[in-house]
Design a protein around this ligand. Sequence first.
Ligand SMILES: Cc1cc2nc3c(=O)[nH]c(=O)nc-3n(C[C@H](O)[C@H](O)[C@H](O)COP(=O)(O)OP(=O)(O)OC[C@H]3O[C@@H](n4cnc5c(N)ncnc54)[C@H](O)[C@@H]3O)c2cc1C
Length: 444
Amino acid sequence: MIHDAEKNDLVDWRRRVPLRHEADVAVIGGGIAGVCAACAAAVEGASVILVERFAVTGGNATVGGVANWSGETAGQGAIFDEIIAMQEEWDSIAPYPGPVDGFANTNRVFDHEILAVILQELLLRHGVQLLLHTKFVDVQCEGGILGPAVVAGASGVEALSAKVFIDASGGGQVARAAGCELLPRGERGPIPPSMMYFVRELDEEVKPQLPPGWFEPVEREADMPMTSTWPAGPRGKALKLKVIGHDSGDTIGMTALEIRARRRMFEVLDFYQRDFRGEDTPRRDHPRNANVTRWQFDHCSPMIGLRETRRIAGDYVLTLEDLRAGREFDDGIARGAFYLDGLTPDDEKRTYMLTKEEQVVPPYQIPFRSLIARDADNLLMAGRCFSADQMALSSARVMTTCAMMGQAAGIAAAWCADRDRGPRDLDATELRRRVEERGANLDV
Ligand SMILES: Cc1cc2nc3c(=O)[nH]c(=O)nc-3n(C[C@H](O)[C@H](O)[C@H](O)COP(=O)(O)OP(=O)(O)OC[C@H]3O[C@@H](n4cnc5c(N)ncnc54)[C@H](O)[C@@H]3O)c2cc1C
């Protein structure tokens, strides 16, 4: 269901709004990329405002319930090191498994509610001004310069001016509003979202919770959508449910995704709660799925987890070929190595666009140019809306890599503001050196 703007009438919307917020650097979106960007810019001496539409920062990592750092957690940069150290202090993260060779299939689960508190304190310690419950609404771009932006928070619509903007909204909201070019979607659509929801295991079997007549109960294993399970604290499990069929970059599509996810979640849980162990399927025999008939619904994430929404066209588009070649760049500022997690966009089952063998990539670098919006002079991006083709993003979107991108974008934005220069006028070698000094391991 792709939105057709042609069918809409256009309405003029004009209003004078107070210019209430001002900073060197404005970071839009407080996911892991935005948090790392904001803190890194502040460390460089910039005044920083972070705009987040929810009550907490963390994005997918908190509100989305994706409580698992994939890949190597060491060497992702000083800001990410601080996050890990705080999680360890709170005893809210799985132990470090030791250095890992490549990123594929290495995970550290954590408590995402505690992470929300940690991130807010981290941002405050670094002097970042937080605007929570504040949604970025619009920005104009004239002659390649963005600003001021319009945001809407508890006190209504206000303006925010900044020398440099970082789009860390995941969905390329700033670039879209500014009229910057977006990259074409994958032929089969964006890689689909998943709903994260949580169950706890009781001592006895649970009475199926879905009341008769509600939704469409799953009757056969063959009709089950892709579901994965993770540990989530004592007696807890996190369930990840693939949801397809709607566009997360469209208002109506996003609404439909949330509705479908909440229905599907109970349909799947109902299937577990009714005893289906008589059937012979490999995933059912997995130890993580033992005692499914004792799983009781606990809660679901306030928001469905989004993997891919919009990718912004940058000065460079990181490609699948770059990843396969383990490419190094003169302006390499981040490193990835996670496998190509190219879930099939239009199939609810556990299917991938590549074979298992094709999913493996060597460590590769991400160039600074892929964090610079092609059509603007003061817009950087970090995280899952950066400039990459679909398959490259399917690897680089893991949170460890997003954190690295965030740190680099934050340092660069602070330098731009301080030196009154655009990102293209920065010395990429100097930036790379600084990123490494700040703990990023760029080895490929
Ligand atoms: C179901 C699922 C499972 C995953 N599993 C893993 C895993 O196991 N390990 C791993 O490392 N990665 C995993 N990923 C990938 C990873 O979670 C994401 O790619 C990553 O968190 C993206 O971070 P981000 O900061 O770029 O974007 P997001 O986390 O999407 O953050 C964007 C932020 O911007 C805010 N925002 C958006 N629009 C506006 C606006 N208009 N105004 C103000 N704020 C706005 C949002 O509220 C959000 O806080 C998974 C993703 C999903 C969806």
